[in-house]
Design a protein around this ligand. Structure first.
Ligand SMILES: [Fe+2]
Ligand SMILES: [Fe+2]
Length: 280
């Protein structure tokens, strides 16, 4: 059986979303949703309630005065932010695992994912691209495919190690050559199975080849850039993290200078420390 077929079988067995998250996502795709329905669903989950309150009061969500009621917190956050939060809490426990194939210790992937999500959002703010939807969520989920491919990389360790020694080898191309698909596509397949929106799936699927995407290009360029920034800061590099191709058009295409990138990196660090406390 080819690796591709085996990986597709693994996707079928990849854990579904918890039922509460699934129910919430169903409602949250509707921007006109009645928040009393969301409150009804959330209030019986003390952990989720506590985290919604913490996040509604956090710097990341632009708090203006403390809120203590769940209903106010939900209304303040709005559907997109609640969706971000529910997805963050749903996936954060999965992103904490160690991935020996990629040489990532426990929590490395979670840190890399949060860092990328926050940096992508900061970049969007800096470039006045606030209308880019779902950017935090895509940043957080962009490397979910690593979870799926890690056991196969462990099995093929020798071939991977040989392949990365070749000059200019890009890791996503090596994954494609040895396994039949790269982690970006694997992640997109998981998210499509979870029935997330097309922009989330496309954003994750395209994050290493932004110039090849035909849709949601702004979003994909920002995620790619935030991802590369995160790796260049040494966040979640693992064994092969620095072996990705940086899209030559990215920095130019989004019109950023070095000083902008440094500003984003330092702002990201502040915000991520707060988020890490909530999501770890
Ligand atoms: Fe990636
Ligand atoms: Fe990444």
């Amino acid at each position: 059986m080819t690796y591709l077929k085996q990986i597709e079988d693994h996707i079928d067995r990849f854990p579904e979303m918890p039922p509460l998250s699934q129910q919430l996502l169903g409602y949250l795709h509707d921007p006109q949703v009645d928040f009393t329905i969301i409150k009804e669903l959330v209030q019986y989950d003390p952990g989720l309630t506590a985290n919604i309150l913490k996040l509604a009061n956090s710097v990341h969500f632009g708090a203006a005065g403390k809120v203590s009621s769940l209903q106010t917190a939900l209304a303040r956050l709005g559907t997109e932010k609640i969706l971000e939060l529910v997805l963050s809490l749903t996936v954060s426990s999965r992103l904490k695992v160690s991935l020996p194939g990629y040489g990532l210790q426990a929590k490395d992937l979670l840190r890399h994912s949060i860092w990328t999500a926050v940096a992508a959002q900061e970049l969007a703010n800096l470039l006045n691209m606030k209308q880019v939807e779902m950017i935090f969520t895509v940043g957080l989920l962009h490397d979910l495919g690593l979870l799926l491919l890690d056991p196969f990389i462990q099995t093929e360790r020798l071939r991977f190690n040989q392949a990365v020694d070749a000059p200019e080898a890009s890791f996503e191309q090596i994954e494609q050559d040895i396994l039949g698909l790269d982690h970006a596509r694997a992640g997109g397949m998981i998210l499509a199975k979870w029935q997330l929106t097309p922009e989330i799936v496309a954003g994750v699927q395209g994050h290493h080849q932004p110039e090849q995407s035909t849709q949601y290009q702004d979003l994909i360029f920002l995620i790619h850039l935030a991802d590369m920034l995160s790796l260049s800061e040494g966040i979640g590099t693992g064994e092969y993290g620095l072996q990705h191709n940086v899209s030559p058009h990215t920095v130019k295409a989004v019109g950023l200078k070095k000083k902008h990138l440094e500003y984003v990196a330092s702002k990201t660090l502040d915000k991520m420390q707060e988020l890490e406390k909530i999501l770890s």
